[in-house]
Design a protein around this ligand. Sequence first.
Ligand SMILES: Cc1cc2nc3c(=O)[nH]c(=O)nc-3n(C[C@H](O)[C@H](O)[C@H](O)COP(=O)(O)OP(=O)(O)OC[C@H]3O[C@@H](n4cnc5c(N)ncnc54)[C@H](O)[C@@H]3O)c2cc1C
Ligand SMILES: *[C@@H]1O[C@H](CO)[C@@H](O)[C@H](O)[C@H]1NC(C)=O
Ligand SMILES: *[C@@H]1O[C@H](CO)[C@@H](O)[C@H](O)[C@H]1NC(C)=O
Ligand SMILES: *[C@@H]1O[C@H](CO)[C@@H](O)[C@H](O)[C@H]1NC(C)=O
Ligand SMILES: *[C@@H]1O[C@H](CO)[C@@H](O)[C@H](O)[C@H]1NC(C)=O
Ligand SMILES: *[C@@H]1O[C@H](CO)[C@@H](O)[C@H](O)[C@H]1NC(C)=O
Length: 390
Amino acid sequence: MAPKSLLYTLFSTLSVALAASIPQTDYDVIVVGGGPAGLSTLSSLGRMRRRTVMFDSGEYRNAPTREMHDVIGNDGTPPAQFRALARQQISKYNSTSVLDIKIDSITPIEDTAANTSYFRAIDANGTQYTSRKVVLGTGLVDLIPDVPGLREAWGKGIWWCPWCDGYEHRDESLGILGGLPDVVGSVLETHTLYSDIIAFTNGTYTPANEVTLAAKYPNWQKQLEAWDVRIDNRSIASIERVQNGDDHRDETGRQFDIFRVHFTDGSTVERNTFITNYPTAQRSTLPDELSLVMVDDKIDTTDYTGMRTSAPGVYAVGDCNSDGSTNVPHAMFSGKRAGVYVHVEMSREESNAAISKRDFNRRTLEKQTERMVGNEMEKLWKRVLDMHRE
Ligand SMILES: Cc1cc2nc3c(=O)[nH]c(=O)nc-3n(C[C@H](O)[C@H](O)[C@H](O)COP(=O)(O)OP(=O)(O)OC[C@H]3O[C@@H](n4cnc5c(N)ncnc54)[C@H](O)[C@@H]3O)c2cc1C
Ligand SMILES: *[C@@H]1O[C@H](CO)[C@@H](O)[C@H](O)[C@H]1NC(C)=O
Ligand SMILES: *[C@@H]1O[C@H](CO)[C@@H](O)[C@H](O)[C@H]1NC(C)=O
Ligand SMILES: *[C@@H]1O[C@H](CO)[C@@H](O)[C@H](O)[C@H]1NC(C)=O
Ligand SMILES: *[C@@H]1O[C@H](CO)[C@@H](O)[C@H](O)[C@H]1NC(C)=O
Ligand SMILES: *[C@@H]1O[C@H](CO)[C@@H](O)[C@H](O)[C@H]1NC(C)=O
């Protein structure tokens, strides 16, 4: 019958056209980064059966550290072990996958015909992947100066985060590395752990830096005196390891490293451990490539909810975002948070698409029915009325 096949054609055309408002992609979500932030997003999305792939180039910020701390339930766990267990547990959610490769580029694609957009990522092998959303957990890199001995000791007796590494060196002799303006901050963070503190300002004890420090702490000199902090302004040539705390620990978890600082004038001084103040930078060029709004070189998520960024569909989690918190618990929290928001955002889109499809179908059906059977109905109705009159 002609009307039936007409309806059928109409319906199938409609379904195809409107389903396209949810883009047909390889994945729901591409997560870039396999640290605690990316892993948390992957876990959260996997448990909601979202098709999610996590890319991991294997460059982890805490890779050099002996053990991680201040991560409850995992105090003292080596980071590699932590990540491996996370991957193993997440692997049972079979809508997730992990690819150990670097993502070289991510491009937002506008499909104007279907009134929708999605992302295309290309990995280091040139393979392309598409997704509806992108979560960046690409992390930071520490910009450690090229001073002989320093980088080798990074995370192994020389550290930047007292919560991460300070306690294992408690009551040992501490050195502060970095510029004069950062000295008071380092002391305030560590004075409960150390009483023998020397700030090695390495030539930065200058009038200009005194002004900078005084702007933040007008009585900075008195504060340093209060904690018996000495300033050593000699220029540092190298840092030599004399003893490795890996092999010198006690049963309480204390690590006994010894370093010898060599100054350019040939003199030396020994310290057990150092806190540093060096800058960081984005690990990845993807935030730049996606033209994300940045705050102090961090991806701005502060001005948006749910770890969203300035770019629709792009989220940023962990160290790389502007939360001002760079540690494993924050990476897990923010990764998890994005996982929730990205899932619900997609669900909302799916829900809207389903509603508009239904509405559209019903309206069209009514019109078509009216047009096709309208005349017949009128005749029938008249006949019914006539019958009643009789
Ligand atoms: C020496 C040291 C010790 C630390 N100790 C502690 C500690 O004890 N406790 C604590 O809470 N915090 C510690 N931290 C901080 C902790 O390392 C970070 O807060 C945490 O790693 C942040 O997690 P993330 O997932 O954001 O980034 P990361 O762990 O740095 O992971 C970044 C991920 O992104 C990937 N990636 C980047 N670009 C790309 C790309 N283009 N394609 C594919 N993959 C990409 C990397 O390969 C990596 O998988 C320490 C940091 C350092 C430097
Ligand atoms: C995942 O597992 C379920 C059974 O738990 C199965 O129905 C589904 O097809 C699997 N999906 C994939 C992508 O393998
Ligand atoms: C495109 O989709 C958006 C919702 O994602 C909607 O607000 C807008 O009206 C649509 N535009 C057209 C031309 O259909
Ligand atoms: C990338 O290419 C190399 C070399 O061909 C291959 O071994 C590797 O499995 C590829 N990785 C991915 C994720 O496709
Ligand atoms: C000491 O200062 C010099 C000169 O500015 C710099 O190159 C070097 O990296 C600094 N050393 C340390 C340990 O910060
Ligand atoms: C610290 O060292 C720098 C560089 O050698 C020098 O200019 C400055 O005067 C020194 N500061 C003090 C207080 O001696």
